[in-house]
Write a protein that binds this ligand. Structure first.
Ligand code: NAD
Length: 478
């Protein structure tokens, strides 16, 4: 852990195992931090925010983030090995999980340096004469960052770098299954940057109470969280007592509306790839495919062929695109949801179980379920596995209604030969982001986030930086 500038283990030396999902073998240990460690880290972050110039010295912050980006770049092959070991994600798909996030550290450094921290709000009449108002944008304070296991290095960066560059101090609590990406980030901050003691802290733990302690601590001004909707609700409730500012990126169950004029041979192989590439462990995955009934069999055949031939296997082998699920628990959850789909009347077109050629490791076959009832569990709950559900529809209105029949609203996709028609359908989808014909909505320069129970607030883009700032309006004579 990194606490108050010191790299250390928890007192007493308790540890927990980190398991490599492709072999199910113990790869090593992580220190098992406690609520007392979290208490120290929050205290250090509070002192660093209140007692140093960090929040006011934008040039120093820029210098520190560029130092960090350079050091991460130098150590990126080590970070890639750590990531593959704890997540099991294939080496072929680590570009977006290691290389791009390192570039994003530079992006936030530049963005924060160029940001206008004072704006002129003009002169306004008041009973005592004209008031000249200026708006100062200031750091929110101490930010608690809690991250999930599916893309840990990226999400550790995505949650903490805009927060740091905006002038906040940070306590990062990585997920239990992926502690090392977080502790490595802490190590590199401590060893290779001038970031002052207490400005950036990492508390690793196997206990949910440690994250809960962070989200309830009155010394914390803001929580930024990525994870499940259930935990998001608990974090909102924990922050209510101190009215904590809360940024939540939660679960999704996104729909892909394939319109009747779409080029199926272009859109559906891509949909199959997206469904499998991170073993389906992606929050923005459009996992509910809605096909026009008159092209249903044609669409199912293309999806089935793409999924049946998808390269699943050892994540260290180049060319493999789908590795194992992260844990036995996750695999059981995925297989249980597939079973529930079948019990509710869905047809297994391909997959449905464990690959016969991969007896070791937490693998699941790419699975295509057809005739899925939009109200079935498998169409309502986030699966987080390489499973696509397919439901036929008759009219565009019906497709939009099925897409919107969800507690979630994170992402979505529309495929059509007519882009204007696709955009008008996208506008009717109750969701935060939509991809059209494979042109992704997702990127560091575009706001990203969910509506309904998929979250509060936005990451990325201008909005994603402002989330970590508060505005202070000052009126003065003149
Ligand atoms: P999770 O909610 O179980 O855990 C996430 C983090 O919260 C972990 O660090 C965990 O230790 C911590 N935590 C658990 N209980 C807590 C509590 N009571 N108080 C404070 N912290 C607590 O999620 P997960 O299983 O690690 O990740 C998968 C979920 O993340 C999926 O639902 C997925 O959709 C979501 N996700 C969302 C996005 C997005 O951008 N919207 C991105 C990636 C993942």
């Amino acid at each position: 852990m990194l606490i108050d500038g010191e790299l250390r283990l928890t007192a007493g030396g308790a540890t927990f195992d980190v398991v490599h999902p492709a072999t199910t073998e113990v790869a090593g240990q992580a220190t098992d931090g406690t609520v007392a460690d979290m208490d120290c880290a929050v205290g250090a972050a509070r002192r660093a925010f209140d007692g140093t110039d960090w929040s006011r010295d934008v040039e120093f912050r820029y210098h520190c983030l560029i130092q960090l980006a350079d050091a991460l770049e130098e150590q990126k092959e080590h970070l890639r090995r750590v990531l593959i070991t704890e997540v099991g994600c294939p080496v072929s798909v680590t570009g977006s999980q290691i290389d791009e996030p390192i570039n994003e550290v530079r992006h936030w450094a530049e963005h924060g340096r160029a940001f206008e921290y004072v704006t002129d709000n003009g002169v306004h009449e008041t009973p005592l004469g004209p008031a000249h108002r200026k708006v100062f944008y200031e750091a929110a304070g101490v930010v608690g960052a809690i991250t999930p296991w599916n893309v840990p290095f990226y999400l550790n960066i995505a949650e903490t770098m805009p927060a740091l560059m905006a002038g906040n101090t940070v306590v990062l609590k990585p997920a239990q299954l992926t502690p090392w990406s977080g502790s490595e980030l802490g190590r590199i901050v401590a060893e290779r940057t001038d970031i002052p003691a207490g400005v950036f802290n990492v508390v690793v733990s196997n206990a949910n109470e440690v994250g809960a302690a962070l989200s309830a601590d009155p010394r914390v001004d803001m929580i930024t969280f990525t994870g499940s909707t259930a935990t998001g609700r608990a974090i909102l409730a924990a922050g209510a007592a101190t009215v904590k500012k809360t940024l939540l990126e939660l679960g999704g169950k996104s729909a892909h509306i394939v319109l009747d004029d779409a080029d199926l041979s272009a859109s559906l192989p891509m949909a199959a790839m997206m469904g499998c590439v991170m073993s389906g462990q992606s929050c923005i995955l459009p996992s509910r495919i809605l096909l026009p009934r008159k092209r249903y069999d044609e669409g199912l055949a293309i999806l089935a062929a793409s999924m049946a031939n998808f390269p699943v296997g050892d994540p260290w082998t180049p060319g493999i695109m789908q590795g194992p699920q992260i844990s036995q628990t996750q695999r059981e959850k995925v297989l249980g949801l597939i079973r529930s789909g079948v019990e509710s009347g869905a047809r297994v077109i391909t997959g449905g179980g464990v690959p016969g050629n991969l007896p070791v490791g937490y693998y699941v076959q790419p699975t295509l379920l057809a005739d899925v009832d939009p109200n079935a569990r498998v169409a309502q709950e986030e699966i987080f596995g390489p499973v696509l559900t397919v439901t036929p529809y008759d009219t565009e209105d019906e497709a939009v209604a099925i897409a919107n029949n969800s507690i979630y609203g994170l992402s979505g996709e529309v495929s059509s030969a007519d882009v204007d028609r696709a955009v008008s359908v996208a506008r009717r989808m109750r969701t935060g982001n939509v991809t059209i014909n494979g042109r992704s909505h997702f990127g560091i320069r575009s706001p990203f986030g969910g509506i309904k129970q998929s979250g509060l607030g936005r990451r990325n883009g201008e909005e994603g930086f402002r989330e970590y700032l508060e505005s202070k309006t000052v009126g003065m004579p003149g």
